[in-house]
Design a protein around this ligand. Structure first.
Ligand SMILES: Cc1cc2nc3c(=O)[nH]c(=O)nc-3n(C[C@H](O)[C@H](O)[C@H](O)COP(=O)(O)O)c2cc1C
Length: 155
C-alpha cells in the first residue's frame, strides 16, 4: 500500500511521532510549513484564533500529490479543540483527493475527539485508524503507536 504521511508541527511533538511512524511503515512523508506565522507567543495566540474561527492560512508548496497514494495519514497538533490551521488549510485544498485516511493528533489533553472527527468530515472519509496522544501519553507513545500501525498494516 503506497502511503503518505502529511503532518504539521509547531513545536516538534507531532513531528517526533510522525517520524517514528514514517520509519516503521517505511512510507513517504510531507511536512506542511507556513514560515514563522505561528511562532512565539503572538503566533500561539494567532493559532488559537485562526483555528477556532476556521480560518485558512497560506501553506508552502507541497511536493507530493495525495492522489498518488493509496493511504494518506494526517498528523496534527490540536489547536483550540480542532486541527492546526496549516492542516485545515491543506485538507481544504487536498482533502478530497485522499483515497483512504488514517489520522492522529497530539494535544495537552482535550479536543482530540473533535479534531479527529473534523478531519474525517473535511475529507469525507472514515479513517481506517486513528490515534490521539495527550501530554502524558506523549512521553511513552510506543503502545499507542504500535496499535495505530497494526490497524494500518492489518487492513
Ligand atoms: C494555538 C494552540 C492551541 C492549542 N489548543 C489546545 C487544545 O485545545 N487542547 C489541547 O489539549 N492542547 C492544545 N494545545 C497544545 C498542543 O496541542 C500540544 O502541545 C501539541 O502536542 C503540540 O504539538 P506540536 O509540537 O507538534 O506543535 C494548543 C497549542 C497551540 C499552539
Amino acid at each position: 500500500m503506497k502511503t503518505l504521511l502529511v503532518y504539521y508541527s509547531r513545536t516538534q511533538i507531532t513531528e517526533k511521532i510522525a517520524k517514528t511512524i514514517q520509519k516503521d511503515l517505511d512510507c513517504d512523508i510531507e511536512e506542511i510549513t507556513v514560515g514563522d506565522k505561528y511562532d512565539g507567543t503572538i503566533g500561539y495566540i494567532k493559532g488559537g484564533f485562526d483555528a477556532s474561527a476556521n480560518r485558512v492560512c497560506e501553506i508552502n508548496k507541497v511536493t507530493k500529490n495525495p492522489k498518488d497514494y493509496d493511504l494518506v495519514i494526517i498528523g496534527t497538533p490540536v489547536w483550540a479543540a480542532t486541527m492546526a490551521t496549516p492542516i485545515y488549510s491543506y485538507l481544504k485544498e487536498y482533502g478530497n483527493q485522499i483515497k483512504n485516511l488514517a489520522s492522529f493528533c497530539t494535544c495537552g489533553g482535550s479536543g482530540y475527539e473533535k479534531t479527529l472527527k473534523k478531519i474525517a468530515k473535511i475529507t469525507g472519509k472514515t479513517p481506517i485508524a486513528t490515534m490521539y496522544l495527550t501530554k502524558n501519553e506523549i512521553e511513552n507513545p510506543e503502545e499507542n503507536i504500535n496499535n495505530f500501525e497494526n490497524k494500518i498494516n492489518n487492513r
